[in-house]
Design a protein around this ligand. Structure first.
Ligand code: AMP
Length: 114
């Protein structure tokens, strides 16, 4: 079976514009940005989606959220604002089955989302 693309990015086997990485997660630019700033925050650990049993991953998930805020600040979108999105399964538009938090900013967002 082909290796998960985001596992490949986390392992530096696949190219990506990485803006932050640490022991637990990696942040890189989305290849098809939907806003002037569009980042993806992923865990190094392969988690397919929020539908997984995540009871043992609470610390990791909390860490990812703390990284979101710091990454937004590093891109200068913390003051104007940004949106965080996690798509889960087909109707939400999940296309990569390795958990990721989208961080979008640099333009005004509409609500409700499409
Ligand atoms: P989702 O549709 O919520 O699963 O989001 C997957 C996101 O990953 C999409 O916004 C894609 O543009 C992005 N993406 C897919 N492959 C890559 C890649 N190799 N590098 C950066 N972003 C990617």
């Amino acid at each position: 079976m082909a290796r998960c693309i985001f596992c490949g990015i986390a392992a530096h086997e696949k190219p990506a514009a990485i803006i932050h990485e640490d022991e637990h997660c990696v942040v890189f630019r989305d290849i098809n940005p939907q806003a002037p700033v569009h980042l993806l925050v992923i865990p190094r650990k392969h988690i397919a989606s929020l539908n997984d049993d995540l009871d043992g991953d609470r610390e990791l998930l909390g860490h990812m959220l703390s990284v979101v805020g710091r990454a937004a600040k590093s891109q200068g979108i913390d003051g104007t604002g940004y949106r965080t999105v996690i798509n889960t399964n087909a109707e939400a538009g999940q296309s990569v089955f390795h958990l990721h938090i989208h961080v979008l900013g640099g333009r005004r967002m509409g609500w409700p989302p499409g």
